[in-house]
Write a protein that binds this ligand. Sequence first.
Ligand code: HEM
Length: 224
Amino acid sequence: MQKALTLADSTVGKKALLAVSGLVLFGFVLGHMVGNLQVFLGPEVFNGYAATLKGNLPLLWGTRIVLSVSVVTHIVMAVQLMGRSSKARPVGYRKKDNAVTSYAAITMKLSGPLLFFYIAFHIAHFTAPGLALGNYEHSTTDVYANFVSAFTIPWVTALYVIAQLLLGLHLYHGAWSLFQTLGLSHPRYDGKKRLVAQVFALLIMAGNVAMPIAVLVGVIPPAG
Ligand code: HEM
């Protein structure tokens, strides 16, 4: 007997699941950045914010579970869709004209896996187990101190800045693809869609890049 087709079996279903999981991750990245920007308000505010999040176990674990499911769904759907498109055209193009495909689309396959490694490193660094990457001790309660100690080290700041540039590229193309999946593909709206995708990606990138650099140049000082 033939198995019934589920949403995740069809190409359209896979694209929808890629888009929905991407939207959840978009929301997280925005919320995480806004929360982290409180580091500019000083150690009391920032450590208070971290303690509130960690103290609310249903929120903390609810978010962790939703994020994990979204990351796995996003990766599995992306890999399966890439597999389908190469199966559909195993020979490849004799002459491939990438005029329409943007630079971001070509680098999507590269930025996706690199971001995965960055996220794994980032969680190991700040959360579990919590790595002190220089001459300091990691604290489970003083998140402000971990933040300042880490980004005082130039290579750590450089690594985070590079990751945020990759994230910006990924978000830009992700937002663009989302508009296509939602059916907003009329050329009349292309200019507006491009602008919304660019503004969103640039805002996230600027906010995330500002924090490590502000520590490195002394705008965010050690707790004193
Ligand atoms: C420069 C940019 C970023 C900074 C400064 C930053 C900072 C932090 C800090 C300090 C923590 C630990 C919080 C705590 O111990 O209470 C954390 C956790 C985390 N960050 Fe980031 N983050 C950045 C970008 C990102 C990005 C781009 C992602 C994902 C795409 C991300 C995903 C996470 C996750 C999943 C956690 C673990 C949350 C948990 O405990 O479950 N972060 N981040």
